[in-house]
Design a binder for this molecule. Sequence first.
Ligand code: F6P
Length: 546
Amino acid sequence: MSSPTKLTAWKALTEHQKEMASVNMKSLFESDALRAQQYTAKAAGWTLDYAKNRANKKTLSLLMDLAKEAGLEHAIKGMFNGAHINNTEDRSVLHIALRASQAQDVLLVDGVNVLEEVRSTLQQMEKFVAQLHSGEWKGYTGKRITDVISIGIGGSYLGPKVVTEALTPYKKDDIKVHFVANIDGSDITGKLKQVNPETTVFVISSKTFGTLETLSNANAARDWFLSNGGSQENVGKHFAAVSSNVKKAVDFGMEKENIFPMWDWVGGRYSLWSAIGLPVAIAVGMDNFYNLLDGAHQMDEHFRTTPFKENLPVIMGTLGVWYTNFHNAQTHALIPYDHYLRAMPAHIQQLDMESNGKANLLNGDDIETDTGPIIWGGAGTNGQHAYHQLLHQGTRLVPVDFIAPLASHNPIGEHHTQLFANCLSQSQALMVGKTLDQAEQELRDAGATAEQVAKIAPHKVIKGNRPSNTLLTDKMTPATVGALIALYEHRTFVQGTIWGINSFDQWGVELGKVLGTDIYNRLVSDSDNSALDASTQALINAFKKA
Ligand code: F6P
């Protein structure tokens, strides 16, 4: 794989960007009555309106050429067939297998039918979830379980937490699911205060069972259990694990039948569809978990089979490349107008930034262009009173994805209509902006003097022409939430493929882990730190003196 900048379509897009630099999106609407209709695509319960982009038919056609020339068709086939597209770890990338249709029986990877493993794990989950909810599973004093605390971090935390929150209207009342991730003792202390050891089950989610934060929190949970009435022989009644490292989980005290498998062909940030999603299944029930998987599968099928020009992940992925590499956009915002989806930007941030925060091509060469942007965002309308100012008038270009359901789970008063109106008004304002003439007239209409108009009007100018996508669905359901997350997973893959990077490894996080252990050892010993930089030495000393 050579640099994407060498591709013919890349060069054509560089030239095309110059043509588009003076084109305002408003004029694209004026010159094309069918624009809204034609720049709309649908998949798996979602409608994407991508008309408010700095793109015309030529832009889109060149972006599709770019995707083809970068080998996206081949890459998609490779992923779905189990090819080792994670080249630095020599692994398949098969989160799609976790949500494969029941109609499919076989997906052979390196001689193993991974679907058999997936289905038997789902059955194991079904049994576990049913036992918890029926009350058949009892704590060490014979009481039924009322709380589950999931302990994990990164991909073993964010996806399940975000989906559990997104599916709040589907939650079962009998068991409360909590999440602990941070090594900051305040996190687990706060959660333990809310629960009773007799009626709490801990699910330790760690693919490796070797992650410092998770193991420290798991040990703290077990110590708390043992010092609050529990005993070592009852640990198995109160602790389960999701891990590919069965031995370590058994050594911890888990019963083998309560250890759920993970596989090296599932990356952490793509793992919520596996048993890592067990907290979701406990919170909303197995039927809803299956619906979540089904929604994601619908998006997989759309991605696998739909021509690029109607393919949501391809359209969104290539438009992202257009802004990152041809408009120097450094960030990309996700703004859900749905309270329950408010944490989704954090999950997509991890998914995308851990996947595409890379500076090397697949062959190891340095890449000559930008890769993954900073992904950020938060719920509308709250953000309108915080960071939207910068979106409208700041000096940086920030492409935005607005995400909204047409119907609310809580239709009180005019709330949902107001919420939806705000969502639409933001994308509209970003595009149309406000001219100096309009600002001056507005001030005159309000009775301002000529002097006041001259002074204030420039500050009220909003340049507009700022791009956004709008994603709509009828309602946030397990299926539509599943499809939405799968859409972003594939969008990430589209971009990684165009850039020619490996979206499925994460070597960058390793150095911090290694240095973290080294510094910890220095904090708890009298080691000679003189070889360290002066700043780190001073910071270590500050901690030791405290
Ligand atoms: O942050 C790096 C990472 O390896 C993530 O990719 C992963 O999801 C997370 O740590 C947790 O890893 P584990 O599930 O092995 O505890």
